[in-house]
Each structure stands twice: as structure tokens, then as C-alpha cells.
Design a protein around this ligand. Structure first.
Ligand SMILES: NC(=O)c1ccc[n+]([C@@H]2O[C@H](COP(=O)([O-])OP(=O)(O)OC[C@H]3O[C@@H](n4cnc5c(N)ncnc54)[C@H](O)[C@@H]3O)[C@@H](O)[C@H]2O)c1
Length: 337
């Protein structure tokens, strides 16, 4: 079947042999290397990709095969949906975050006017191929993004699995065998698919997957994307956990989840927390979001959560300040360990 290959240039450089074998095996019409990162989720980069598809004559029955992290998967998904009103799509996610989240579920996003994922739609890949051997080359920060999303999906759906995969395990992919990585990826994919099975367009159960994300995008934007998506999600889960406590919705389950989150918190998170201007954006963001739904995900009992769509500015500000203390304490603990 005619195909083109879109390659995350870093993943391709780090896994030359695997990618070389793929190219030999599928004999693509063309290969385009993409510099991954938030900048590739733009209309400008999308146009370049569409130009490339047209120049290489990808037919309607052809396939885009994309190999890379979440940003490459997102932009490839958009291109596949638009080109010839929809061509085939195979995703080969190469980061932990992309394997358990970005490549799964058909949702995608492009950044527009400095706003994260302001554009987007749903389009499903026919194939998602997760090879955990790619994950061995992730550095600590890249892996943190994946672990943050793993905590997210397991916390709202499967407390026993959260405990099994995270209890007593220090952060870092180097601390997991390939079998353990495979199990983690498979479990997270399974949980995500269950949540979105009955709600493909995010009207009910799928909204739980936004745990940690109500404010995460503001954090990323305000940091000029120097906070990674994963760091922003860790911060977002912390604020939402504190709100759940302020609202009296949760019991000790939230403490357990927060202690798991704390183990992955970075100094970069704390640096942004200490910037006063972020809290103002947070409140603005909250007000803008109120026109729609706030989508705060508050943990309740083990493995369960509920959506809160309205909460006062005072509670948000108080949660922000209390969260800062949580982060400071967790970093101190990490440093003394
Ligand atoms: N569509 C969805 O449902 C969904 C869900 C979650 C996240 N996302 C999106 O995913 C994006 C984040 O994905 P990400 O964390 O993979 O970021 P990314 O795509 O920017 O990749 C991070 C870095 O890792 C590099 N990389 C890729 N594979 C590698 C490997 N095997 N070894 C070493 N380095 C490698 C990339 O080149 C890049 O420099 C965000 O834009 C987020 O919005 C989408």
C-alpha cells in the first residue's frame, strides 16, 4: 500500500537501525523528518507536511506512517484527516507519553495564537504500534511526561494498578524492565480505551482523562513552553487535588495519589509556581473557561473521580497557595533522599 513516512528527527537519530529497517520494509513514497516539539503543532508546519504529501503523490487509499513523540503524532493525525479528506494513518509513538496517551483515542490538537491545542478534531489511526524499546533513550524529563499521564489515567480509573506500577518505584524508565514498561503501557492504554469507549467525543466519562489538565495548558503557555506538558500536568493534578480537599470531596486517597505525583515533581515546576503572574493568568483562565465548563477533575474514592464545573476564585487561589507548599515539601524530600 502506498505510504509516506513522517519521522521525529530525534527518535530517528537515536534509533537509526530500527527506523532503517522500517524504511527498507515499507519502501515509502517519501520520508519527511520533523523537528518535534510544540512548534511542530502549528499551521505553518502542517502546511509543509501537506505540501510534502501532495508532492509525493500520496493517493486517497495511501497511509501516513508517523514515528515520534506526541507532537509528531498530533500533527500527523491532523494531516491524515485533512489530506484528500482523510487518508490512512499508522502511529508508531516513541515516547512514553505518546504510547499511553497522545497516540490513543483519536483526539489531536494544534497550537494557535499562542494557545495550546486551540485547534483540533477527532480522527482515529487504523494502527498504533507501541514498541517499548524506543523508551530506553528517553531522558528523565521526557519520561516524566509519560509517568504523569500514567498516574493521571490510573488515578481516575484503577487504584490497584496505580499502586502496582508506582508504589516504591523510583522515577525513571531505567528503573523498569522492558516487561514492566510493556505492562504499564498496556494497562494505561486499556484504561484509556475503557473510559473513551462509551464517550468517544468527550461528553462524559472521557472528561475524567482531563485530570490535571484544567490548568496545565495555562502553565505551559505562560512558561513559553519551557515547562514540559508532563511537568504542567503534575502541577495541574496538584492544584486539582487541593481543590478536591478544599471542597471536601475526597479522603485519604488523594494523599496517596499526591505522594505519587510528588515523586516526579521537578525544580522547574517550583520555579514557575513562585512566579506571581501565573496565578493571575490562572484566574483569568478560570473565568474564560467558565463560559464553557471548567472540567476540574476531583478524586473521590480510590480509582474514582468526579467533574466539578464551577468553583469560586477564592478556592482556586487558596488551592494555589497550599499547592505551592506541597511542591516545596516534595522537592525538599526528593533532595534529602
Ligand atoms: N492527542 C492527545 O490525545 C494527546 C494526549 C496527551 C498529550 N498530547 C500531546 O502530546 C505532546 C507531548 O508529547 P511528548 O511528550 O511525546 O513530546 P514531544 O513530541 O515534544 O517529544 C519530546 C521530545 O522527545 C524526543 N523523542 C521522541 N522519541 C524519543 C525517544 N524514543 N528517545 C528520546 N527522545 C525522543 C522528541 O524529538 C522531542 O524532542 C503535547 O503536545 C501534548 O499536547 C496529545
Amino acid at each position: 500500500m502506498p505510504c509516506v513516512l513522517l519521522l521525529d528527527e530525534t527518535a530517528a537519530r537515536l534509533h537509526t537501525e530500527t527506523v532503517g529497517r522500517l524504511i527498507t520494509g515499507i519502501a515509502p513514497l517519501g520520508v519527511l523528518e520533523i523537528q518535534a516539539g510544540e512548534a511542530c503543532k502549528s499551521l505553518a508546519r502542517l502546511t509543509e507536511i501537506l505540501d510534502f504529501l501532495a508532492e509525493n503523490g500520496l493517493p486517497k487509499h495511501g497511509i501516513i506512517i508517523a514515528v515520534g513523540g506526541g507532537t509528531v503524532c498530533d500533527v500527523a493525525n491532523t494531516a491524515a484527516n485533512l489530506f484528500r479528506r482523510g487518508v490512512g494513518l499508522a502511529l508508531v509513538p516513541t515516547t512514553l507519553l505518546a504510547q499511553i496517551d497522545a497516540a490513543i483515542g483519536g483526539k489531536n490538537g494544534l497550537n494557535f495564537r499562542k494557545t495550546k491545542n486551540l485547534l483540533g478534531h477527532f480522527y482515529h489511526a487504523q494502527w498504533v504500534i507501541c514498541d517499548v524499546r524506543f523508551l530506553r533513550s528517553l531522558d528523565r524529563l521526557q519520561a516524566t511526561g509519560g509517568f504523569a499521564e500514567a498516574i493521571k489515567v490510573l488515578a481516575v480509573s484503577d487504584a490497584a494498578a496505580l499502586r502496582r506500577h508506582f508504589a516504591g518505584r523510583p522515577p525513571g524508565v531505567e528503573n523498569l524492565s522492558l516487561d514492566a514498561l510493556l505492562e504499564l503501557v498496556a494497562k494505561c492504554v486499556d484504561r484509556k480505551l475503557v473510559l473513551l469507549d462509551s464517550d468517544p467525543f468527550e461528553l462524559s466519562s472521557r472528561r475524567l482523562l482531563n485530570y490535571g489538565h484544567a490548568f496545565a495548558h495555562t502553565f505551559e503557555e505562560e512558561s513559553g513552553f519551557s515547562l514540559t506538558h508532563g511537568e504542567a500536568v503534575l502541577m495541574g493534578m496538584t492544584v486539582e487535588n487541593t481543590i478536591a480537599m478544599e471542597l471536601g470531596l475526597t479522603t485519604e486517597y488523594v494523599d496517596y495519589v499526591q505522594s505519587t505525583v510528588n515523586a516526579y515533581m521537578t525544580e522547574n515546576c517550583l520555579r514557575y509556581w513562585l512566579r506571581g503572574d501565573i496565578v493571575l493568568s490562572l484566574v483569568d483562565n478560570l473565568k474564560a473557561a467558565r463560559r464553557d465548563q471548567m472540567n476540574l477533575v476531583c478524586l473521590t474514592t480510590p480509582g474514582n473521580a468526579e467533574i466539578v464545573d464551577s468553583v469560586s476564585d477564592d478556592i482556586i487561589l487558596s488551592a494555589w497557595n497550599k499547592s505551592l507548599l506541597t511542591v516545596e515539601r516534595s522537592l525538599r524530600k526528593q533532595m534529602s533522599a
